[in-house]
Design a protein around this ligand. Structure first.
Ligand code: PRX
Length: 631
């Protein structure tokens, strides 16, 4: 166990220590892990280059801290409980001992295919235990995993494979998702027509559906592990060696590969997991995210397993076979900590309270949310009807880049406030800057959320393009890490996240760059130009509104809109399909050609006046025309 905070006074005490003496604070936590060699320096950093190193000179393997560390004390305890998509299929429990053997066996299988330290491995898999086993097996041998959410299209997958020059892809024949069966291997096959770096594909047989297996390239998972020993010496890693790459969207068109390293990520994910959720040995913890996102990495796999916790993995969706599926699972597995996204809460709230009836939720102790701001109404519904007023809600603010939870209540210890992420965890130093970069001190202030001191699990670079990392996060406010979020610190000193201040939209907790969606729309041959903005959406938080200039000759607009949606699904994936498409005669641009998104955002929200001075636009009349054409 690292440091566990039990009281409000304990939180205040640890927080102060973490700011006054960060080196001592973090080394005391890091010392509770197994290192092959201890570090010489706790942190070395400057935010100008940027260059950040934690536990400098330390040697370790993160999987020794998950597998060997727990083998003798927790060997027979469940590490993973797996609930399949179909409630009629039997759930599985994998103990720490079984996990140890299965990870090692698969590590040997990858080695047998010539994969080793530093090689990049793409994981494009369903939410089965094998996805977690695959991640850990990579970490075991020092290969760098990059998990790609299995809802991404072949084009998006190919872009990621090519960016990191992966040698191996791990996938399945098909994925079950609710009532649907998704042919993921076929998506991989299509992607690989555009990639030259991939030598092997290992395919898990999940559904038994038909797939094409290419000679000398594709191997069944069960054949790959057949005859492999179930022990495998862990590769010794430097604290700053890469652990994984995870692609995420930003304000430019191309997703970037956020890089996390071994030592700091290990220390921070366990520390934050244990404290935020107040996990106790024997509890069953469930995070509903997908392993394709950072939440799945840090709080389904690494954080809980480092802590020796029991982590539940669910393959399916919240609304199949019915909208009571989540509550059935809580009841069936006696879940104690439940962590989900506001969008899921709002979607379930729309079904009313009937799906909750007859479900025993008395095991729940802590509820959590992540990924987007939670509105007060959804917060209260979650608190009253799921938590029955008994369970603190941890509204956890963080990002792919931060690696772990940054601002959040500590369950049952620090106060909660509906729609507020509240207070920073120990070790985290948030500041609010105005647009000129001045720190706004004191309470009742609002501005740009930045972090002024490094923390162990922060990103180190963007894969293959360090300058992009500097530009995106460290250039707008020199000397600070800029999150891209707006924030308010209220009269009590609690933080409330206000949403993105850049060209990123958050749809159902999924991060999307407006430029990325525009690029996809522009691929349609009839599209001349497009501009995408977010607008408030009751369930998804934000919806995607696309203004499109297109050649409609001989087509109906509806027909063209459907084709544009299909194009986006093809290039990015169904999650990026615009909710609303408006064919427009022009876009509001300044004389220098910059699109005035501010105006488009207002129109999407239904505002028809109060646009400020539009006389500087190249064609001010276009605004009226767009309003008139809005459906
Ligand atoms: O805008 C913030 C929002 O999600 C963004 C990060 O997205 P991503 O890297 O995909 O990671 C999501 C899971 C950690 C942030 O910049 N966000 C995340 N959590 C919250 C949030 N907004 C408000 N409240 C939160 N609790």
């Amino acid at each position: 166990m690292s440091i566990k905070i039990h009281t409000l006074a304990g939180y205040i005490h640890e927080y102060e220590k973490s700011v006054l003496q960060p080196e001592q604070f973090w080394s005391r936590i890091a010392e509770t892990f197994h290192w092959r060699q201890l570090w010489q320096e706790v942190v070395r950093w400057n935010f100008d280059e940027p260059s950040v190193e934690w536990f400098v000179g330390g040697k370790l393997n993160i999987t020794e801290n998950i597998l060997e560390r727990h083998l003798y004390t927790l060997g027979d305890r469940p590490a993973i409980i797996w609930e399949p998509n179909d409630p009629a299929e039997t759930a599985l429990t994998i103990t720490y001992r079984e996990l140890y053997h299965r990870v090692n066996e698969f590590a040997n299988a990858m080695k047998a295919q010539g994969i080793g330290k530093g090689d990049r491995v793409i994981i494009y898999m369903p939410m089965t235990p094998e996805a977690a086993i695959a991640m850990l097996a990579c970490a075991r041998i020092g290969a760098i995993h990059s998990v790609v959410f299995a809802g991404f299209s072949a084009t998006a997958l190919a872009d990621r494979i090519n960016d990191c020059q992966a040698r191996l892809v791990l996938t399945a024949d098909e994925n079950y998702r609710g009532a649907k069966v998704i042919p993921v291997k076929a998506v991989v096959d299509e992607a690989l027509t555009k990639c030259t770096s991939v030598e092997k594909v290992i395919v898990l047989q999940r559904t038994g559906g038909p797939v094409n297996m290419q000679d000398n390239r594709d191997i069944w998972w069960h054949d790959a592990i057949a005859g492999q020993p179930d022990t495998c010496e862990a590769e010794e890693m430097d604290a700053e060696d890469m652990l994984f790459i995870l692609y995420t969207s930003g304000s430019t068109g191309k997703p970037k590969g956020v890089v996390h390293t071994c030592g700091g990520y290990m220390v921070y994910t366990q520390f934050s997991f244990e404290n935020v959720f107040q996990y106790r040995q024997g509890d069953v913890y469930w995070c509903t995210a997908d392993v394709g996102w950072i939440t799945g990495h840090s709080y389904i796999v690494y954080g809980p397993l480092l802590a020796g916790a029991t982590t539940l993995m669910f393959e399916g969706v919240p609304t199949w076979p019915d909208a009571g599926r989540f509550w059935d699972i809580v009841d069936k597995h006696r879940v104690n900590q439940f962590y989900t996204a506001p969008t899921a809460i709002r979607a379930l709230q729309a079904f009313g309270r009937q799906p909750l009836e007859g479900k025993d939720l008395s095991s729940l102790k802590v509820l959590g949310t992540v990924g987007e701001p939670i509105n007060e109404e959804a917060w209260h519904w979650y608190h009253d009807h799921v938590g029955k007023g008994r369970c603190p809600i941890v509204d956890t603010w963080w990002q792919t880049e931060t690696g772990g939870i940054m601002i959040s209540p500590i369950a049952g210890i620090t106060p909660t406030k509906p729609a507020y992420a509240t207070l920073p965890l120990p070790g985290i130093q948030p500041v609010i800057l105005d647009n000129d970069g001045h720190e706004l001190k004191g309470n009742s202030v609002e501005g740009n959320l930045c972090i002024k001191f490094p923390w162990p699990s922060m990103l180190r670079t963007t894969y293959g393009d360090h300058e992009r990392c500097r530009q995106t996060y460290f250039s707008q406010f020199p000397g600070y890490y800029f999150t891209g979020d707006g924030v308010k610190r209220d009269e009590d000193g609690y933080y409330r996240i206000l949403g993105r201040v850049d060209d990123v939209i958050n749809v159902s907790g999924h991060r999307m760059g407006t430029a990325e969606v525009e690029n996809a729309i522009n691929e349609h041959p009839r599209v001349v130009e497009s501009a995408v903005v977010g607008y408030p959406h009751e369930i998804k938080g934000q919806g995607i509104y696309a203004y499109v200039i297109a050649d409609t000759t001989g087509r109906t607009e509806e027909n063209l809109e459907e084709e544009i949606r299909a194009t986006v699904a093809n290039i990015i994936g169904p999650i990026a399909k615009p909710d609303k498409i408006q064919i427009v005669p022009g876009l509001p641009k300044t004389r220098s050609g910059k699109i005035m998104r501010r105006i488009l955002r207002k129109i999407a929200e239904g505002i028809t006046d109060d646009f400020g001075d539009i006389s500087t636009l190249l064609d001010p009349e276009v605004v009226e025309k767009i309003i008139a054409g809005k459906k």
